[in-house]
Design a protein around this ligand. Structure first.
Ligand code: DX5
Ligand code: ZN
Length: 220
């Protein structure tokens, strides 16, 4: 049986009740915390930064998956390691020396991830796939939660899955943006291992039940 991992995106949490929402994830069947860091330069939005992640890390009892949507991410690799990130993803489009960046992330004891924008072709990862622990396929243009899912993601997942098996890599495939109960199963059938869900979880009437339902729908 496939154990699909569910990673609620804290960006959609209620920041006035952050500890409550962190505990909800701790006590649910969710697998990871997905943390979106936006700098207002790489993406047209600013989310939250170090003090908030520090506060989250104080209460979070599960893997912390940090998605950096920032320019020149090399400057902050050590900072995010110190803040408790277990997985650190940088954007392909933000890295001039991606291979070096990946080694630097691993040297800090974290798993190394690469996120790719909807326009970025999977083929561009061919020469570096064996160095990547996780590829985050963006199924929306990064910058905001609550956007609608871009259908082309299915084809990209399949192409990435092929590349991973052709190269004998152990890379996980994460999908981020517009994930709901309408597309979750099909994403896993295409090859996704990790589903990020922000609005679908936190804006639900019962987030814990919604996580349970997503888990049930995607573990088969
Ligand atoms: C978008 C972020 C996503 C976002 C997902 O730039 O990377 O992680 O929080 O939110 P939903 O699931 O609401 O699309
Ligand atoms: Zn994200």
């Amino acid at each position: 049986m496939k154990n699909t991992l569910i990673a609620p995106s804290v960006l959609a949490a209620d920041f006035g009740n952050l500890q409550r929402d962190i505990e909800m994830i701790n006590n649910s069947e969710a697998d990871w915390f997905h943390i979106d860091i936006m700098d207002g330069v790489f993406v047209p939005n600013i989310s939250y930064g170090m003090p908030v992640l520090e506060a989250i890390n104080k209460h979070a009892k599960k893997t912390i998956d940090v998605h950096l949507m920032i320019v020149d991410p090399d400057r902050y690799i050590k900072t995010f390691a110190d803040l408790g990130a277990n997985i650190l993803s940088v954007h392909y489009e933000a890295c001039t020396h991606l291979h070096r960046t990946l080694q630097a992330i691993k040297a800090e004891g974290m798993k190394a991830g690469v996120a790719i924008n909807p326009h970025t072709n999977i083929d561009l990862l061919e020469d570096v796939i064996n160095d990547i622990d996780l590829v985050c396929i963006m199924s929306v243009n990064p910058g905001f939660g609550g956007q609608s899912f871009i259908e082309n993601a299915y084809a990209k997942i399949k192409k990435l899955k092929d590349l991973i098996s052709r190269k004998g890599a152990a890379t996980l495939i994460e999908v981020d943006g517009g994930v709901t109960n309408k597309n979750a199963k099909q994403l896993v059938e295409a090859g996704a291992d990790v589903l990020v869900a922000g609005n679908f979880v936190f804006k639900a009437e019962n987030p814990t039940q919604t996580i349970h339902d997503l888990k049930k729908l995607t573990c088969f």
